[in-house]
Structure formats: structure tokens, C-alpha cells
Design a protein around this ligand. Structure first.
Ligand SMILES: [Zn+2]
Length: 272
């Protein structure tokens, strides 16, 4: 997997016979008290390696577009104008910057039903962001989000309740924990596998080294911890790569075992 080009809000990678474009939707600032230990308590002092901005953790928000030139999948959609502060909703700029016409996107895969992942299906102003949308893949237990603002796309929702192929090279894999319907998407190319793993990790500077640390908003803390352990172990295999919604933009990395935990090695310098 190799970086080909990048801009302010996107980075493009060659991945064998696939291309992967990381799209930066923006960032969220969150208090460090959202990090939890195994007893569900907020962590005490954080290691110096965990940077804070004005006392907060700054989480990148990324979506990913994967294409073989003929078929494409957009995984996650950012927050659009549906977040309380205007630091997100950049995905439409990111797509334009990357030369992807959003009017041509037909397949969207959602990792889970939180606002920073699903809201971008509706553009600011209320129109559908992807006018030729044919299918929205999402975990069956997360489909209740398609009411109100998201009601217009409900008729194209495809609930995922077991491992299922989206096309020849993309597979949806249920990984409940962060939400009951949390789903990761595995992309298989001629040179390896990329796991687009949604919210498996929120704070990369801490949760690779200490994978037992959870996030307050992991709906089921122990299930989320177990899912993270399984995926991290899987990612240490050769030719495996990860794309993370909250890894530092552009958020594509390799994972290695390190001490009692793991280390990540980004494949591209930061953007944004
Ligand atoms: Zn998230």
C-alpha cells in the first residue's frame, strides 16, 4: 500500500488493483475523561505521549472511498451540518479535492449509527448528499437511526446481520461492541487486506499500547474491548492494513505487536 498524492482534506493510496482515498471530515474535541479503565472508571493521569489541545483529546474524523475503477464503496460519511460545533462536515470538500463526483456514488457502507459516521448521507440544507445512492449497508441493530433527518434514504438501507459480501472485494463483518450494529468492512486487493474498522479505536496514541482502555461511548465496554483485541491480533498478519475513522488523518496504518500491546505505523504523514 503506497501513498500516491494528498491534499488538505484527502490522501490517495494505491492498494494493488484497488485505490483507497482517505477523506477528512474534520475533527472532534473530547474530554480525556471519556477514556475508561477495565472497571469503567475514568483514567487517571494520561501518558505524555497522549497530546491534549486545550485540555481535550482531538479526534480526527475520517471516511474512506475504495474503488477498482468500475465499482466503488464509500465507507462512512462524516457529520455534515449535524454536529454541535462546525469542525466537521468537510467530506464534500474532500471528495471534490480528490476528484470524486459524489453524484456518481451508489454504494455507501456505514460502520455504525453515530452522527459523525452516518449524518453525511444528508448534505447541509437537507438534500441527499449522494443523489444516485442505491444501497446503504449498516449493521441490522443500528438501523433505527434512519428516521427524521435521515428518513429520505431509509428505503435503500441494507441491514447487515452476518458476514456478507458487498461486491467481489468488499465484505461486511459484524463487530458489535461500540454499538450493537458496529460493522467493519474488509477490502481485499491483489496485495493484501485493508480493514476499515470504524470506531474500534478512538485514541490511537493510547489504545494501541493499552488496548484494554475503552471509550465512555462504547455501548458495551467489554464487548468493544474483545472486538478490539480480535481485530488487532488479526491486523498483525502480513499484508494487513487498517483504516480508522478516528486514527490521525489520513488514518491508514500497519499494526505490529509491541510489548503487551500493539504499535501502529502510519503510511502517510498527517493532513488537515
Ligand atoms: Zn466515531
Amino acid at each position: 500500500m503506497r501513498l500516491i498524492s494528498s491534499g488538505r482534506h484527502h490522501a490517495r493510496f494505491e492498494f494493488g488493483d484497488l485505490q483507497v482515498i482517505s477523506l477528512r471530515d474534520g475533527y472532534i474535541d473530547m474530554p480525556p475523561t471519556r477514556l475508561r479503565d477495565e472497571d469503567g472508571r475514568a483514567l487517571g493521569e494520561l501518558p505524555a505521549a497522549v497530546p491534549l489541545v486545550g485540555g481535550n483529546l482531538r479526534l480526527s474524523v475520517n471516511a474512506f472511498f475504495v474503488t477498482d475503477g468500475a465499482r466503488s464503496v464509500l465507507i462512512d460519511t462524516g457529520a455534515s451540518d449535524n454536529w454541535h460545533d462546525p469542525t466537521m462536515g468537510l467530506i464534500y470538500d474532500a471528495l471534490e479535492e480528490a476528484g470524486v463526483d459524489r453524484a456518481e456514488i451508489t454504494e455507501v457502507a456505514i460502520t455504525h449509527n453515530h452522527e459523525d459516521h452516518v449524518s453525511g448521507l444528508i448534505a447541509p440544507g437537507g438534500s441527499e448528499a449522494f443523489p444516485k445512492l442505491e444501497r446503504v449497508w449498516i449493521g441490522a441493530s443500528d438501523t433505527s437511526v434512519f428516521t427524521g433527518r435521515l428518513e429520505p434514504v431509509r428505503d435503500r438501507v441494507v441491514p447487515v446481520s452476518e458476514k456478507v459480501a458487498i461486491n467481489d472485494w468488499a465484505t461486511a463483518i459484524p463487530t458489535p461492541g461500540h454499538t450493537p450494529g458496529h460493522t467493519v468492512y474488509e477490502m481485499r486487493s491483489s496485495i493484501g487486506r485493508l480493514l476499515v474498522w470504524g470506531d474500534t479505536v478512538h485514541v490511537p496514541t493510547l489504545q494501541f499500547e493499552r488496548p484494554n482502555v475503552t471509550w465512555e461511548w462504547d455501548g458495551d465496554q467489554s464487548q468493544a474491548r474483545a472486538a478490539r483485541a480480535t481485530l488487532l491480533r488479526q491486523l498483525t498478519q502480513p499484508h494487513h492494513f487498517v483504516a480508522g475513522a478516528h486514527l490521525d488523518s489520513p488514518g491508514i496504518a500497519r499494526v505490529t505487536a509491541s510489548g503487551d500491546g500493539y504499535a501502529l505505523e502510519y503510511l502517510a504523514p498527517p493532513i488537515g
